[in-house]
Design a binder for this molecule. Structure first.
Ligand SMILES: Cc1cc2nc3c(=O)[nH]c(=O)nc-3n(C[C@H](O)[C@H](O)[C@H](O)COP(=O)(O)OP(=O)(O)OC[C@H]3O[C@@H](n4cnc5c(N)ncnc54)[C@H](O)[C@@H]3O)c2cc1C
Length: 299
């Protein structure tokens, strides 16, 4: 199919893009980034914007920089650039792991970091990663710039806290602090498919080996990526171990109010998967917090 008619603008600067959006605040306008989600929606006529504002010419939105304890990533940075970044590999390996699970190389060549965050697909890797790492998202609109925490940014199925006149400009991801263990895993029918379900976790252990910090996020199993605050609280202060992980897994499964059910997997399957992946993700994260890689023998 072909998209419905639309006007097209390709500004060269962020300033021009923002003033275009402001001038068309009363029209149905869509921002185009890598087009890997939007173009299929246009072709299927599920989106029929009057105007498309293409950000691809805006070079100032493409970068990966270290900024103190953060990685600052321009919204138009391609996922391929993240995958190839030495800075990302050294400073935030969970971001590299999540990126390698996004679609196929062709998708990552075009798809952008900002596009995945703005699209907020429940099965997408980046929103889950943003939640587990405590990322911040910078947006610019006619009223100026504001910074939104990941917890505040993702509002539900394909919904974010951004206004239609705002542009996501930068995603700020904390670098991996020493002693933090992490895991990012998913189950998909084939490598590159959207996940049927996934889990990501970060943990820190205190001097006695008990959890001092735990963050767990599930994705692909309900209407949006979801942080398991209740399960996290129950784990803090406890010593990691198989029985505790199983308890956490059962609590994760129970916490899902309405697991997704579609042609790919039933709600029951996804509820079970949520528990299994929580157990595995905690195990991996604890191994890494102890300075080992999963699969390495304990000395
Ligand atoms: C075959 C296939 C497999 C895929 N598999 C996966 C997968 O496994 N995991 C996964 O996460 N994704 C997957 N995707 C989606 C892909 O990762 C997209 O790149 C991503 O969802 C959107 O990024 P984009 O840059 O292409 O954005 P676009 O498609 O251009 O835009 C997506 C939405 O975000 C808005 N938007 C984009 N940039 C901005 C911005 N800077 N400010 C404000 N709004 C903005 C657009 O208006 C639009 O509503 C797949 C896509 C395909 C076609």
């Amino acid at each position: 199919m072909k998209p419905a008619r639309f006007e097209y603008a390709a500004p060269d600067t962020l300033g021009e893009a923002v003033s275009l959006l402001e001038r068309h605040a009363d029209d149905d306008v869509k921002i185009l980034a890598g087009g890997q989600s939007l173009v299929p929606l246009l072709n299927m006529r599920m989106a029929r914007p009057e105007l498309l504002v293409d950000l691809n010419r805006i070079a100032e939105l493409q970068y990966i920089r270290e900024d103190g304890e953060w990685l600052a990533i321009g919204a138009m940075t391609r996922k391929r650039a993240v995958e190839e970044s030495d800075l990302v590999r050294r400073r935030q390996p969970a971001l590299l792991a999540a990126t390698q699970l996004v679609g196929h190389p062709q998708i990552r060549n075009r798809g952008t970091v900002g596009g995945s965050m703005a699209h907020a697909d429940p099965a997408a890797e980046y929103p889950a990663l943003a939640l587990v790492l405590g990322a911040e998202l910078r947006v610019v609109g006619p009223g100026g710039e504001r910074s939104i925490t990941a917890d505040e940014f993702f509002k539900g199925y394909l919904m974010t806290a951004m206004e239609p006149v705002e542009v996501l400009t930068e995603v700020r991801v904390p670098v991996l602090a020493p002693g933090t263990g992490w895991s990012f895993m998913e189950v998909a029918r084939r490598h590159g498919d959207f996940a049927l379900g996934g889990a990501t976790a970060t943990v820190r252990l205190d001097a006695s080996g008990s959890f001092s910090e735990v963050r767990i996020v599930l994705f692909g199993v309900s209407g949006s990526a979801v942080r398991l605050g209740g399960v996290e609280e129950r784990l803090v202060g406890q010593r990691p171990g198989d029985a505790l992980f199983r308890e956490a897994g059962a609590a994760a499964s129970e916490s899902l109010e309405e697991p997704l059910s579609d042609v790919h997997a039933s709600a029951e399957y996804r509820r079970n998967l949520a528990g299994v992946l929580t157990i595995r993700a905690l195990g991996e994260a604890v191994t890494r917090a102890g300075g080992r890689e999963p699969g390495q023998e304990e000395r």
